[in-house]
Write a protein that binds this ligand. Structure first.
Ligand code: F0G
Length: 452
């Protein structure tokens, strides 16, 4: 083992524009390049294939799991050697990350992919993957001494931001589209004390207003255009590879909304390859809902050369996004890893969600696009039966109980154009029975279920 390789705790990082390559010393309020307006990303000028001792890093990260320090117990800060430096006194952590990797035996049989796992990012403190990015970006707001942080959201970013702002003694402003986010998510931002504004528009409309607002007020923007968010979210991929003993799976499948998560996963994979923490790249595929598929159409119709914004409609409200901010970053990930992009229908999403549920692992509708997408990628022959696949489940089942209850009651598609197709999902439905409080009646229900 070479002793010349250092274990840098204060990682030197710089910002770079993904389009023109400009390397500004600091980011503007909207985190966009002042020369060309595109997104910024962090890079690490000192990193080379020789700069890190991969084996030493792996054992350092494992040892930290035994530590009682808050930073070490976080599944994000545990990997701080691969993140920009933020001084410890600014770190706001809820012990995020550390999420389980579960085998999905029933889904494996149904898809014919034997080696199928789910990394459940819904098992984070606020029940979605957003916490891994939020701990890091909220800490950077704290470092910058901001009193106010803000985001536009389909519900999970806002829930996460409100929690981390509260922990860091900052105020938070949430812009959400009225009537288009689930109650579970809305209730979180209320309880965590955010100033919650339900705007009469969609997610993309909320983003437009927020971008103007941050230019005029000293408010720190916490959407995923903020490159600190992406850095924190990278750790989910690092943790996944650690759980797989640093053996890359053949495929990783993620839902695509604003496309921050796919960008973060891809960035982590490429960096891990560069630092020789892994020896080959998994293919990272991105799945969108048919009614919110601007990225899918960009790749299919324009080879990723441009993206036409659309008005998005899907019951998977978390990914109801028509103008994804990080599409160029996500495209680079697809190209670098050889992944695919797919779209899935509303009925396919609902069925996949119940199938994941039947494996004892609840998730929210947006997360279920991964299984629905896997089925399509299997049909196309892109994923082969002997290959290993990891689905990234981004949010917990309890985020959106309305969807689940309506599905099992058979009401989800009532009166919609999908009503007939939805009949196919009948076998997956488990509606509650309303019975008299009578032992005989309950026994009869049990016997009838057993004989089914
Ligand atoms: N899954 C869930 C549960 C989400 O909440 C989101 C995005 C995504 C997938 C898509 O991830 O945007 O990184 O491609 N939710 C955001 C929000 C937009 O405001 O909570 P992405």
């Amino acid at each position: 083992m070479s002793t010349a390789k250092t274990q840098v705790t204060e990682t030197t990082s710089r910002l770079r524009c993904i389009a023109c390559g400009d390397t500004p010393d600091s980011a503007g309020k909207d985190f966009r390049c002042t020369s060309c307006g595109d997104l910024l990303e962090f890079f690490f000028p000192g990193w080379t294939s020789e700069s890190h001792d991969a084996a030493a890093l792996k054992s350092l990260w494992l040892r930290r799991r035994m530590s009682s320090s808050g930073l070490d117990q976080s599944g994000v800060w545990r990997f701080r050697e691969l993140l920009p430096h933020i001084p410890e006194e600014h770190a706001i952590t809820l012990r995020e990350g550390n999420t389980p990797l579960y085998p999905l035996p029933r889904c494996a049989r149904a898809t014919g992919v034997e080696n199928l796992h789910a990394k459940h990012q819904g098992m984070n403190p606020t029940a979605s993957f957003k916490d891994t990015g939020m701990t890091f970006a909220a800490s950077s707001a704290h470092q910058g001494q901001f009193r106010w942080v803000a985001c536009a959201s389909t519900g999970n970013t806002s829930a996460s931001m409100a929690a981390y702002a509260a922990r860091g003694n900052m105020h938070s402003l949430v812009l959400i589209p009225d009537g288009k986010i689930s109650w579970g998510k809305l209730s979180q931002s209320l309880d965590y004390g955010a100033l919650t504004c339900q705007l009469r528009t969609d997610f993309d409309g909320c983003v437009r207003i927020l971008n103007e607002l941050v230019r005029q007020k000293p408010v720190y923007l916490l959407n995923s255009v903020n490159p600190y968010r992406i850095e924190g979210q990278k750790t989910a991929a690092i943790e996944l590879l650690e759980q797989l003993a640093w053996e890359s799976p053949d495929h990783i499948i993620v839902p695509g909304g604003n496309l921050g998560n796919s960008s973060a996963f891809g960035k982590a994979l490429l960096e891990m390859l560069e630092l020789k923490l892994i020896s080959r790249l998994p293919r990272l595929s991105i799945i969108q809902a048919e009614g919110a598929n601007p990225f899918y159409r960009s790749v299919r119709d324009f080879g990723g050369k441009k993206l036409e914004p659309m008005t998005a409609h899907t019951m998977a409200t978390a990914i109801q996004i028509g103008n994804p901010a990080s599409w160029k970053k996500a495209l680079r990930v697809l190209e670098a890893t050889g992944g695919e992009v797919e779209e899935v229908s509303e009925v396919e999403i609902a069925a996949a969600k119940a199938e994941i549920g039947a494996d004892g692992i609840g998730c929210e509708p947006a997360s279920a696009v991964t299984l629905a997408g896997l089925k399509k990628l299997r049909q196309r022959g892109f994923v082969k039966s002997g290959e290993s696949v990891v689905l990234i489940l981004t949010g917990h089942l309890l985020k959106d109980p309305d969807f689940t209850i309506k599905f099992h009651r058979g009401d989800l598609f009532a009166g919609t154009a999908d009503e007939a197709e939805a009949l196919k999902t009948k076998a997956l439905q488990r509606a509650p029975l309303l019975l008299d409080a009578d032992l005989g009646v309950v026994m009869a229900a049990l016997e009838s279920a057993e004989n089914k």
